[in-house]
Write a protein that binds this ligand. Structure first.
Ligand SMILES: [Zn+2]
Length: 117
């Protein structure tokens, strides 16, 4: 499974500084009304169990016509996020939404207890 050749995304990507983990503006403007089908968005989280950190970083619009796993993997990489949650909604305004899937990425865990190295 190669992640090298990433498909083109309809996602607004922001420049990532993984050393400082800047909180960007949330990309909520992407969540506007659009189509009358299942709608998805993803939220990236920064998690550190040792320091009780559980921060939502960014929200991303998900293109349901494209491979979900690939899009999530790319988002996790961009945000260096150990946890990405995907929510689904029946309506394009996301008035009601529910958790659809959770992705964990061990490679992006903080590892600050030293056992990851
Ligand atoms: Zn930690």
């Amino acid at each position: 499974m190669g992640v090298a050749a990433a498909p083109p995304f309809l996602i607004e990507q922001t420049v990532q500084d993984s050393s400082t983990r800047i909180r960007y503006n949330r990309a909520t403007k992407n969540l506007g009304s659009r189509l009358m089908k299942k709608n998805y968005f993803a939220v990236t989280y920064e998690v550190c169990e040792h320091n009780n950190i559980y921060l939502d970083m960014n929200e991303y619009n998900i293109d349901s016509t494209k491979d979900l796993d690939k899009q999530i993997r790319e988002l996790a990489k961009v945000d260096v996020a150990p946890l990405v949650k995907v929510y689904e909604s029946d309506t394009s305004d996301f008035k009601d939404f529910r958790l659809y899937k959770e992705y964990n990425f061990k490679e992006y865990e903080c590892g600050c207890d030293g056992t990851q190295f």
